[in-house]
Design a binder for this molecule. Structure first.
Ligand code: ADP
Length: 581
């Protein structure tokens, strides 16, 4: 718990004035309700002893109205302030979390699922906010009421106080010991919740594929299983609460019974007045909510500590790919050299790239071919600096890629991935993501090169047509061409088409390749393709198998002797295009 408070130290420091105000208001609103109870007792005594005067009567009535009104007004200020603090904190924490997620490298996204990361930013973050708001509120308020009421009770009669309230703390202590069991279970519950979130997300995202394959029922069963697991987990917690929470009411009833019994005995024997007994009983009544509240506060510590741990686990992660001190800027390059580069994904047990040596000269067009899973995508993605290479090095103009500013290195590249990520924005805005400062002419030119212009006629509002989520409203080919236009509008030093021409027909592919040759003469193009027609005019073609470069040469050079390229090429021109690929 101390740790959780420490993690929020920056917020308490920043908002210390509001917290002091809340503290003072809480003390006031916890103590002011004690006064009307006392006034009522005094009024009853004045009536029974026949000492009530008109002046006293108005004083008592006035007091009975004044103090609740004051409490109400202070409560308004208090609740406004604490709610504002709560909103501020959750907003700031979410902002920090998102910033941190953007800073992190790809390894984090390999380790954690989307559902898990979202659960930490919602459910867990909510629990942490509770710590800085209602947890503090309840602790201070309830403690204030309990101390105030007990002091007033002792002032009436210490023996009566001891007899009627001693079992309460003992009962709470015992109940909380029982509840400790729940603490261990909460961690499991959080995992079940994250799994449910992930499952629902997957169903929503994959709804089209699920329908296309008639898998609705299967998917429903799978999602329902995850939801049921979450519901059952909640039931388990609720059942526990249902059994143990009413137990305190039983204990409280016993205390009340003792207070009435012993108190009446004392009144009969003139040890206390009737008014004292009424006041005393009101104080005993006042103890109920704070005691339950305090025990709930202790109980909520479980979920707060776990939530804080889960949230902090992500916040403590440091990216492995980060800028060195004083990184070098890079806007252009002459050569990029792969030197004995090996690469293994963080949670894999084999090298996907198994020793690559290659020099890329600026202005070259390079084709990359090879069987599926050979490591082509992994190899060229090394230029995006998503991960550090496992061994070897990539040199840009003789210096390690690690010495350059990560942002600059990424800016050298316009990457068109296999899975096109399009946003729910207009076609134009989707292209502008590549270069937010691009002019209309530049957008138009990018569309020309990507052969996307012809698609605009088919779109209802041309380039202003809204693209549905993940590009759902466009055909596969249109999505590819739009993604290519987005990369081209950046006019990058290196354009990478990572199997980005697979969904376009042969004619469109030929058009795009011809446009690239014409407009990107000075720039570097890397084209990963399954269809050899996309790479046949490249300056050099790299053949990759099992994470290694097994052949390198121009189309004509590679066709001069028997090799994988020649074999596949012959198959393709015979028509067995994708067999074995
Ligand atoms: P290609 O582009 O030649 O089809 P990839 O580079 O996509 O090959 O994949 C090469 C190997 O790396 C495959 O065995 C694949 O399972 C593995 N792989 C690809 N991406 C990841 C990843 N993010 N995490 C772990 N393994 C991966």
């Amino acid at each position: 718990m101390k740790e959780a408070f420490k993690h929020l130290g920056w917020f308490f420091k920043q908002e210390w004035k509001s917290y002091i105000l809340c503290f003072v208001l809480l003390i006031i609103v916890s103590l002011t309700p004690l006064i009307p109870a006392k006034l009522l007792g005094m009024a009853i005594d004045a009536i029974t002893m026949e000492t009530m005067t008109k002046k006293l009567f108005f004083l008592y009535v006035g007091g009975l109205i004044f103090f609740p009104v004051i409490t109400y007004l202070f409560n308004i200020v208090y609740h406004y302030t604490i709610n504002r603090l709560g909103h501020d904190l959750s907003f700031k924490l979410r902002e920090k979390y998102i910033d941190h997620l953007f800073e992190m490298d790809a390894e984090l996204y390999e380790e954690y699922t989307k559902g898990d990361l979202i659960a930490r930013a919602t459910n867990d973050l909510q629990n942490i906010t509770v710590l800085a708001t209602s947890f503090l509120q309840q602790t201070i308020f309830h403690t204030g009421v309990i101390i105030g009421a007990v002091v007033m009770m002792v002032l009436i009669d210490p023996i009566l106080t001891l007899a009627s309230s001693i079992i309460m703390p003992i009962a709470i202590f015992w109940l909380n010991k029982k509840r400790l069991k729940k603490r261990e279970y909460y961690k499991t519950h959080h995992e079940i919740y994250a799994n449910m979130t992930e499952s629902v997300l997957e169903s929503i995202e994959g709804v089209k594929t699920i329908r296309a394959y008639g898998q609705e029922e299967e998917d429903f069963k799978r999602t329902k299983k995850a939801i049921d697991a979450d519901v059952n987990s909640w039931w388990k917690i609720l059942k526990f609460e249902a059994i143990y929470s009413p137990m305190f009411e039983l204990v409280y009833a016993v205390c009340y019974f003792i207070a009435i019994g012993l108190g009446s005995y004392m009144v009969i024997h003139s040890q206390i007045t009737a008014g004292d007994l009424v006041t005393f009983l009101l104080y005993v009544a006042m103890l109920y909510n704070p005691l339950i509240g305090l025990s709930n506060v202790l109980n909520s510590m479980n979920s707060i500590v776990i939530a804080d741990g889960r949230f902090q686990e992500i916040m403590d992660k440091q990216p492995l790919v980060k800028n060195e001190e004083n990184p070098m800027p890079v806007l252009k390059f002459s050569t990029i050299e792969f030197k004995d580069v090996r690469f293994r994904y963080p949670f894999d047990d084999f090298d996907v790239i198994a020793g690559i040596n290659l020099t890329i000269h600026s202005g070259e067009t390079i084709g990359v071919v090879g069987p599926t899973g050979a490591g082509k995508s992994t190899f060229i993605r090394q230029l995006l600096r998503e991960f550090n290479v496992t061994s070897g090095d990539i040199l840009i103009d003789g210096r390690s890629i690690a010495q350059y500013k990560i942002e600059d290195v990424r800016n050298l590249v316009g990457y068109v991935p296999q899975n096109h990520i399009l946003f729910r924005r207009s076609v134009d805005d989707n292209i502008l993501i590549g270069n937010p400062n691009a002019s209309i002419n530049e957008i138009s030119k990018a569309m020309d090169i990507a052969d996307f212009k012809k698609d605009l006629i088919e779109l209802p509002e041309g380039s202003q047509t809204m693209v549905a989520e993940l590009g759902g409203s466009l055909s596969g080919g249109q999505r590819q061409r739009l993604s290519i236009a987005r990369a081209l509008v950046k006019n990058p030093e290196i354009l990478i088409l990572d199997d980005s021409l697979s969904a376009v027909d042969a004619l469109t592919e030929a058009n795009i390749i011809a446009h690239l040759k014409e407009t990107r003469k000075e720039k570097t193009n890397i084209i990963v393709a399954h269809r050899f027609s996309a790479v046949s005019t490249a300056d050099k073609i790299i053949v990759m198998q099992n994470g290694k470069i097994t052949d390198i040469g121009t189309h004509d050079e590679l066709l001069k002797y028997d090799n994988w390229y020649k074999m596949q090429y012959l198959k393709q021109i015979k028509g067995d295009v994708y067999e074995e690929l």
